[in-house]
Design a protein around this ligand. Structure first.
Ligand SMILES: [Zn+2]
Ligand SMILES: [Zn+2]
Length: 375
């Protein structure tokens, strides 16, 4: 069932609010007015087409920043920091220095995904740290072997978080550009829902940033709780993300992530899957204030069903993350139906309609990325 007209109304812009294209004019006299004069031909611009265009505009929103807690020490040259390990992780899955990720494309007027080859040095890169902080902050997970300390878990979580924060800030910068180009997009329910959830996400992420800062400054790493698991084989993919997850491993709801109440704080979980020489790591972290995830972590720790664990983590990455990379050799050897399972799991997020997404969620944890192993 699609979102009803009355539900859709709450996302609409009000006539006298400042126009979301950031022209400074009131909406009624800006994009609303412009959208009225859109010709029939322009209306052939389907939501899918607009999403595709939006991706292009997104590429123009990149910006440099340093998410360190003490900017005074910044080295002023922002480098492309890697959200995955600088050395090592992508090497473990790369073929001829390349990896695959899933990129948008339009097929029959609908947005979909395809495997896309990227250089391993470009993959998972974001302009979120200066050279000094990238080195100083992540040294404990880059240069020191993983021992599963609270401090190491903090840095894994923080880096995953900063990658998503940077992406969210870019998203929020790209909406005004989209509206300027397509004024009638200000009336498209799907786009309005994306716009609203982006704004709310960013607000939540800023609050989370403050909590990371507090942990760092007060050395209180025990404010994070982590489930971690070392697997006796190397997986052929890697991913790291900070996302709100609405269901735990037994299918019980944790938090309603489709609640667009702006007074509600919807926290993220911090998830990483890291392939190593002949083992792999799964790391899932929550802030202990986030009671909604208390049982989620508890259940992960208790589960003895590996298959279910793998499917659940695959589900979390597929449903919520764009920061996942695959081994080209492994993907190229899959049948097209095997590839389709991955694409549809990752593509479910293209359905902004909550009902539709819940349907795909109920279909269960079908994908098991942990079957993609490197001998
Ligand atoms: Zn406008
Ligand atoms: Zn810095």
């Amino acid at each position: 069932m699609l979102i009803s007209k009355s539900e859709a109304k709450r996302f609409l812009f009000q006539p006298y609010e400042v126009c979301p294209c950031e022209s400074g004019e009131k909406y009624k006299f800006c994009c609303y007015k412009k959208s009225k004069s859109v010709s029939k031909k322009d209306l052939n611009y389907t939501p899918g087409r607009i999403i595709f265009e939006a991706q292009k505009i997104f590429r123009e929103t990149d910006f440099n920043t340093c998410y360190s807690f003490d900017n005074k020490e910044c080295s002023h040259n922002i480098i492309g920091a890697h959200s995955l390990q600088n050395n090592g992780v992508l090497d473990k899955i790369a073929t001829d220095n390349h990896v695959y990720n899933l990129a948008f494309e339009i097929n029959k007027n609908l947005p979909t995904l395809k495997f896309d080859k990227v250089g391993k040095n470009q993959a998972s890169r974001f302009n979120g740290f200066c050279k000094h902080h990238d080195k100083a902050y992540f040294s404990s997970i880059e240069d020191i072997a993983y021992v599963g300390s609270k401090e190491q878990h903090f840095w894994f979580a923080f880096r995953a978080f900063c990658f998503e924060l940077h992406r969210k800030e870019r998203l929020s910068r790209h909406f005004p550009k989209v509206f300027r180009k397509h004024p009638h997009a200000t009336k498209e329910t799907k786009i309005l829902i994306n716009y609203t959830s982006c704004k709310l996400d960013l607000k939540d992420k800023k609050y989370e940033y403050g909590r990371f800062k507090e942990i760092y400054e007060t050395d209180s790493y025990d404010k994070l709780e982590t489930f971690q698991r070392e697997l006796p084989f190397r997986v052929g993919f890697t991913g790291t993300t900070a996302v709100a997850v609405n269901v735990d491993i037994t299918g019980e709801e944790t938090i309603n992530i489709y609640n667009y109440d702006e007074n509600l704080f919807i926290p993220s979980l911090y998830i990483s899957v890291i392939p190593r020489e002949s083992t792999s790591l799964i790391i899932v972290t929550r802030h202990i204030d986030d009671k909604c995830y208390e049982r989620l972590i508890e259940k992960l720790k208790q589960t003895t069903d590996d298959e279910l664990l793998f499917k659940y983590i695959s589900f979390c990455l597929g449903e919520y993350s764009e920061n996942v990379y695959f081994s080209p050799t492994i993907i190229d050897n899959l049948s097209s139906s095997e590839k389709d399972i991955i694409i549809s799991a990752f593509g479910s997020s293209l359905n902004v309609d909550p009902e539709k997404r819940f349907e795909s969620l109920i279909k269960g944890f079908q994908l098991n990325l942990f079957n993609l192993t490197i001998e």
